[in-house]
Design a protein around this ligand. Structure first.
Ligand SMILES: *Cc1c(COP(=O)(O)O)cnc(C)c1O
Length: 409
């Protein structure tokens, strides 16, 4: 039997559909973010990263790097075990307390990643509720979809951010059926925000539990970086908040926060929590340093919003098809997987600008895009150079420009 043919034909399908992925080999330079070295097939090149999820550059912040180095030097590298068997170390316990405080909850629980926290968190919570019906937003992240699937209970999908549709489903389920609403607060491919207050109204009216993924909002929204729920004043009305330490906090790991009994039950029943080694102490200390810093410093948040607004304004004024976004995400519409990939390649090879193409299955076919994420450290000159490079690429690929608008400044 020729087993290799199975893998080769699977790869050929991806090439045919123009969704075979190539990873850029990057080396970031601490202190010079968003500048990095690209180890290209033709040698080393300096590039500017325009698509990082280290949204605030906290991955290079001296307090965060310092905490990581200091902790590793003091206590060593790995945790040395699962949480139950020697792996519950003090920096991790402190981090969980920090996260519970961030979200105004009784407790929090740390996982290997945000992916795992959704997958094992949602499935465990739903399994512990007899006859649970999960109501899931149509654009939920793959990690939530996997959590819902593994829960094994009935699920219904409501149209994206459509509270009228959600209400219909809640009414149809009846008052006696236990219901879990699962959604994100900020959807990172379009940059739109869920109507959390209205969702909480419905949850309270129809007796549903709420689970909200704040992965793209923690650190960046709310006076202390608690996320969209903090910004909108509804944190206390949401049962379970989920977040990551890998995006705005610049480290690694995921978590859920909620009432003590929910967190204790997930701690006690979730396979994806129980049967894996705890996060290393140095990572936990670094994450705690990032969270603490962002609880009191709003410079990063304000500068981040300012840079995102300027990027949108400059690209829009140049006639580039910036998709509407209420947040720091700047999606640029391409609508063709081949051209999206080629635009990205040309930006990197000819302009030293790195923006990964976003194609199916991350977004729907026909809505392929370049997803631009400005950070506090993208200076005016970098934004102007980005607009110039994009205009050249758009012209070479014959991509449509919009009617020139009045320049914003
Ligand atoms: C990135 C992401 C996750 C996963 O978080 P990681 O910490 O990177 O595993 C979960 N939910 C959403 C919406 C994400 O974009």
């Amino acid at each position: 039997m020729d087993y290799s043919q199975f893998f080769n034909s699977a790869l050929a399908r991806l090439h045919d559909e123009r969704r075979y992925r190539v990873f850029a080999d990057l080396e970031r330079i601490a202190g010079r973010f968003p500048h990095a070295t690209w180890h290209s097939p033709k040698g080393q090149r300096n590039v500017v990263i325009w698509c990082s999820n280290d949204y605030l550059g906290m991955g290079q912040h001296p307090k965060v790097v310092g905490a990581m180095v200091e902790t590793a030097t003091r206590v060593g590298t790995g945790a040395g075990g699962t949480r139950n068997i020697a792996g519950t170390h003090h920096p991790l316990v402190q981090l969980e307390a920090e996260l519970a405080d961030l979200h105004g909850k009784q407790a929090s629980l740390l996982f290997t990643s945000g992916y795992v926290s959704n997958q094992t968190g949602i499935s465990t919570i739903a399994k512990l509720i007899p006859n649970c019906l999960i109501l899931s937003d149509a654009l939920n992240h793959n990690s939530m979809i996997e959590g819902v699937r593994q829960a094994g209970c009935e699920r219904q999908i409501f149209r994206h951010n459509d509270v009228a549709h959600l209400e219909e489903l809640l009414i149809a389920a009846g008052p006696d059926r236990p219901k879990l609403i699962a959604c994100e607060s900020l959807y990172s491919m379009d940059g739109d925000v869920a109507p959390l207050a209205e969702i909480c109204d419905l949850a309270e009216k129809y007796g549903a539990m709420t689970y909200v993924d704040e992965v793209h909002a923690v650190g960046m929204y709310g006076p202390r970086g608690g996320g969209i729920a903090e910004r909108d004043g509804v944190m206390h009305r949401i049962d379970v908040l989920e977040g990551t330490l890998a995006k705005a906090f610049g480290c690694l790991g995921g978590y859920i926060a909620g009432n003590a009994e929910i967190i204790d039950a997930v701690r006690s029943y979730a396979p994806g929590f129980i049967f894996t080694t705890a996060l290393p102490p140095a990572i936990c200390s670094a994450a705690t340093a990032a969270i603490r810093h962002l609880k009191t410093s709003s410079w990063e948040r304000e500068r981040h919003q300012d840079r995102a607004a300027r990027t949108k304004a400059i690209l829009t004024a140049a006639g580039l098809p910036v998709m509407s976004s209420e947040t720091h995400i700047v999606p640029l519409f391409v609508g063709d997987p081949e051209k999206c990939k080629r635009a990205s390649d040309m930006l990197l090879e000819e302009h030293g600008i790195y923006i990964q193409p976003i194609n199916y299955p991350t977004v729907a076919k026909g809505s392929e895009r370049l997803r631009i994420t400005p950070s506090p450290y993208h200076e005016d000159g970098l934004i102007d150079a980005l607009a110039d490079a994009l205009l050249q690429v758009w012209e070479r690929l014959g991509l449509p420009l919009q009617k020139k608008q009045q320049a914003a400044e």
